[in-house]
Design a protein around this ligand. Structure first.
Ligand SMILES: Nc1nc2c(c(=O)[nH]1)N[C@H]1C(S)=C(S)[C@@H](COP(=O)(O)O)O[C@H]1N2
Ligand SMILES: [Mo]
Length: 509
C-alpha cells in the first residue's frame, strides 16, 4: 500500500468504497484553495473560474424560471445564480482535489500526487475559463495544498487517527484563510484597473452640470419623492451578469457591420472627438412590477447614432438592427428607433460607470430598457428579423414603453391635507396629464405636473393634495399620454410585455 497514513476508517483495500469524510474534507479544502486562488488572480473578471460557470447556469436555466426569479427576487436572483456557480466551481475543483491524489498514489510517491493535481486542475480550469494562463494560479495553489497535506500527514498530522479534531480545525482554518486572502487580493485587483476615470472634458462636464441643475429645479418639492435626475449611484441596474464586463477603452472599438455600404471600426477616441450631444433619457425595465423601482432618468452624453449610421450607409431590407455587447448580450429592434438614439459615453457629466455600460452604451428613445444595450461592441445592420436575448426567452420588450403613473410618496402636510406623488412616463409620447381619484375611482381630479424636461423621452413628477374626509381613502392614479391615450386599466404582470393597470393604494390620514 502506498497510502502513508493507514486509512482511519479501516476500509482501504476493499474494491468498492466511497470516500471517507476525511477525504471529502481534504478535497473540499483543495477546491476552496483553487477557487480562492482563481479569484485572487482574476478578481471579478471573466478569468475567474466561477464567472463562465455562472454564464452556463444562466444559459441552461429555462427562460420562464429566470423570469419568475427576477420577479420574486429582483437583483437577488443574480446573487442566487452566482451562488450556485460558486458552489459548482467549488465542487469541480473539489473533485479534482479528491481524484488527483488518488490517481497520483497509484504512481507511487507524493510527488506524483502533486503533479497529477497540478495538471488535472490546470486542464479543468483552462477548459472552463477558455484560456491557458489564468488556469495556472489555481492549479499551482491546489497542487501546493495537496503537497502540504501529504507532508503534514506524513509528519503525523492531517487525518491521523490520533488528532482528528486538530486536523479538522487546521483544515477549516486553512480554507477560511485562503478564502479571505483570495477575496482580499482579488478585490484589490479591480481597484487597480479602476472604475472608469471620472474624467470628461471640463467644458462638457460643465455643460452637462448646467442642464442637470436646471432639470433639478423642476422638482415639485415633494418629501420622499425621487429627484427628476437620478444620481448615478441610485440609478437602477439590470443586466444578465453576476460580474459586469471590464472593458478597457484602449483595446475596445465599435464595429458597424452587416448590410452597410462601408463597415466601420471606430476607436473610443474617434467617438469622443466628435461633437457631443447631451440628452435626458428615462429608462424603464420591461420586467419590473407596475409600481416598481426600475425606472430612472439621467443626462447622457454621446454622439447621435444617426451620424454613425449614415457614415456606414445602411442597405438592408428589413430596416432592423442588432446591437451586440461585450457580455454576450444582444438586442434587435427597428433601425428607425436607433436613428433617433444616442451612443453614450457619459452619464450625468461623468464618464459612463462600468455598471451602466462603460465605455459605450446605446440610448434608444421611447423603447423599453432592454434595447439600451450596455458595453456596446457592434451595431449589425440586418437583412432579416432576428430575436434578441430576452425575446429568445419569451419576452416582448423591444418596442415602445407602456404609459405609467407610479405612486412613490405619501405625506401628511402641516395644514392637515394629504399628499400623494410619483413619476409618470410614456416614452416619446410624453405625459399630457395625470389623473387621481381618492374614492377608489368614482371621481377623478387632475394632479400637478412638473415642467417637462428639455428632451422628449423623459418622465415627469406629479403630485396631488386633498383634504381627507374619511378614515381611509383608496387612491388610484393613471396617466394620459401626449397622444391623448389613457393608461389602460387592465391589470397584467410584467411578463412578457411589461406590466399594465392603474396603481392604487389605501391612504389612512
Ligand atoms: N450588454 C447588456 N446591455 C443591457 C443589458 C444586459 O444584460 N447586457 N440589460 C438591459 C436591460 S434589461 C435594461 S432594463 C437596461 C438597464 O440599464 P441600466 O442597468 O443602466 O439601468 O440595460 C439593458 N442593456
Ligand atoms: Mo430590462
Amino acid at each position: 500500500m502506498s497510502e502513508p497514513a493507514a486509512s482511519p476508517d479501516g476500509v482501504a483495500g476493499r474494491v468498492f468504497r466511497g470516500p471517507s469524510s476525511g477525504e471529502v474534507a481534504r478535497a473540499l479544502l483543495v477546491g476552496t484553495v483553487g477557487v480562492a486562488a482563481s479569484f485572487a488572480y482574476a478578481g471579478p473578471t471573466t478569468d475567474f473560474v466561477a464567472v463562465p460557470i455562472h454564464g452556463w447556469v444562466v444559459d441552461l436555466t429555462p427562460g420562464v424560471v429566470i423570469a419568475v426569479a427576477i420577479q420574486l427576487l429582483g437583483r437577488g436572483s443574480e446573487a442566487l445564480a452566482f451562488g450556485v456557480a460558486l458552489v459548482l466551481a467549488l465542487g469541480l475543483f473539489g473533485l479534482v482535489g479528491g481524484l488527483a491524489p488518488a490517481i497520483g498514489s497509484r504512481f507511487g510517491d507524493g510527488a506524483a500526487s502533486v503533479l497529477v493535481t497540478y495538471f488535472l486542475a490546470w486542464a479543468v480550469a483552462a477548459l472552463v475559463i477558455r484560456a491557458p494562463f489564468p488556469a495556472v494560479p489555481p492549479a499551482v495553489a491546489m497542487a501546493a495544498t495537496v503537497g502540504a497535506m501529504r507532508r503534514y500527514g506524513r509528519a503525523g498530522g492531517v487525518a491521523d487517527a490520533g488528532t482528528p479534531r486538530r486536523s479538522v480545525l487546521l483544515g477549516a482554518g486553512a480554507a477560511i484563510g485562503a478564502t479571505a486572502l483570495g477575496t482580499a487580493i482579488g478585490l484589490q485587483r479591480t481597484s487597480v484597473e479602476a472604475s472608469p476615470l471620472t474624467a470628461m472634458p471640463q467644458s462638457e462636464r460643465r455643460a452637462a452640470e448646467r442642464r442637470i441643475e436646471a432639470a433639478r429645479s423642476t422638482a415639485l418639492g415633494v418629501a420622499g419623492l425621487e429627484e427628476p435626475v437620478t444620481e448615478v449611484g441610485d440609478f437602477y441596474e439590470v443586466d444578465v451578469n453576476a460580474i459586469d464586463p471590464h472593458v478597457n477603452s484602449a483595446d475596445w472599438s465599435l464595429r458597424v457591420t452587416g448590410a452597410v455600404e462601408r463597415e466601420l471600426d471606430l476607436a473610443y477616441g474617434d467617438l469622443t472627438e466628435m461633437s457631443p450631444d447631451h440628452r435626458f433619457n428615462t429608462l424603464r425595465c420591461v420586467g419590473e412590477p407596475l409600481n416598481g423601482r426600475l425606472m430612472d432618468n439621467a443626462l447622457w452624453t454621446g454622439v447621435p447614432a444617426s451620424s454613425i449610421l449614415s457614415a456606414a450607409g445602411p442597405t438592408g431590407d428589413c430596416e432592423c438592427v442588432m446591437l451586440r455587447a461585450a457580455d454576450g448580450y444582444y438586442g434587435e429592434f427597428p433601425l428607425a428607433a436607433l436613428e433617433r438614439g444616442l451612443l453614450a459615453y457619459g452619464m450625468n457629466g461623468r464618464l459612463l460607470p462600468r455598471a451602466h455600460g462603460y465605455p459605450l452604451r446605446a440610448l434608444v428613445p421611447g423603447h423599453w430598457g432592454e434595447v439600451n444595450v450596455k458595453w456596446l461592441t457592434e451595431v449589425e445592420l440586418l437583412e432579416g428579423e432576428a430575436a434578441g436575448y430576452w425575446e429568445v426567452r419569451g419576452w416582448h420588450g423591444t418596442g415602445p414603453v407602456a404609459t405609467v403613473a407610479k405612486l412613490h410618496a405619501q405625506n401628511r402636510l402641516d395644514d392637515g391635507r394629504m399628499q400623494v406623488a410619483g413619476h409618470a412616463y410614456a416614452g416619446l409620447r410624453g405625459i399630457e396629464r395625470v389623473e387621481v381619484s381618492v374614492d377608489g375611482g368614482a371621481t377623478w381630479a387632475e394632479a400637478r405636473l412638473s415642467e417637462a424636461l428639455p428632451d422628449p423621452d423623459t418622465w415627469r413628477q406629479w403630485a396631488f393634495e386633498w383634504e381627507p374626509t374619511a378614515a381611509a381613502h383608496e387612491v388610484v392614479v393613471r396617466a394620459v399620454d401626449g397622444e391623448g391615450t389613457r393608461q389602460p386599466r387592465e391589470e397584467r404582470g410584467p411578463f412578457p410585455a411589461g406590466p399594465t393597470g392603474w396603481v392604487s393604494t389605501v391612504v389612512r390620514p
